[in-house]
Design a protein around this ligand. Structure first.
Ligand code: SAH
Length: 218
């Protein structure tokens, strides 16, 4: 029996699901190897914490698949000095990964219960450079803009315009763009010549709910 079974499973997760699929950014791999993913899943799903899949976290929401978190984080091309905005706090796992890589993480969640639980979890784990807001993240966080990076961890029909407006020069935004059931991971960079946009493959996220995104299902 290994002394740190969760650590062993986590390192295997990084090796087999993330590195083997082509994410080679050393800072991103190190962050995923460090953040205790098992602390972000409901106790009943502890056995599945390092599975190659998203998992239900309550309120009809999910913690993203490890590979997807790595791909989105690598696409942001973060630096130590950056301030990054995350839309869709969920479990707080993506925020924790970012907290290892940048100066400050601003994370917005529309569901109060999830935001509060994530804040409590990250604080207990010792993360001090994450700030939380409850509200419609498709409006961004104008008082704290501009951001060096913005990551939307829910599906949107387009890159929400208010978020583009809050992106700093040279900054990148990563958004799953598509319909409610299937999206393409879309990356845009605000360069000197304007916005450069490319895609990183198909993905499946829960919908971003709001006036700039999808309507809430009854
Ligand atoms: N990043 C999370 C996974 C997020 S799942 C993690 O690492 O665990 C997507 C989250 O986006 C859900 O928690 C959902 O409630 C939230 N969400 C949906 N629409 C939103 C909106 N308009 N503003 C903020 N959060 C939103």
């Amino acid at each position: 029996m290994p002394r740190d079974p969760q650590g062993a499973a986590r390192h295997a997760m990084v090796r087999e699901q993330v590195r083997a699929r082509g994410v080679r950014d050393r800072r991103v791999l190190a962050a995923l190897a460090t953040v205790p993913r098992h602390a972000f899943v409901p106790p009943a799903l502890l056995h599945a914490a390092h599975d190659d899949a998203p998992l239900a976290i309550g309120c009809g929401q999910t913690i993203s698949q490890p590979y997807m978190v790595a791909l989105m984080t690598a696409a942001l091309a973060t630096r130590r000095t950056h301030r990054v905005l995350e839309i869709g706090t969920g479990s707080g796992y993506q925020a924790a990964v970012l907290a290892h890589l940048v100066r400050r993480v601003f994370t917005v969640e529309r569901l109060d219960a999830l935001s509060a639980a994530a804040a409590e979890r990250l604080t207990a784990l010792g993360y001090r450079n994450v700030v939380y807001r409850v509200g419609d993240g498709s409006e961004g966080w104008p008082e704290e803009a501009p951001f060096d990076g913005i990551v939307v961890t829910a599906a949107a029909p387009d890159i929400p315009a208010p978020l583009l407006a809050q992106l700093a020069p040279g900054g990148r935004i990563v958004v799953p763009v598509g319909d409610r059931s299937l999206q393409v991971l879309t990356v845009a960079e605000r360069g000197p010549g304007g916005l450069r946009t490319w895609t990183e493959g198909a993905c499946r996220f829960v919908p971003l709910i709001g006036p700039h995104a999808f309507a809430e299902r009854p």
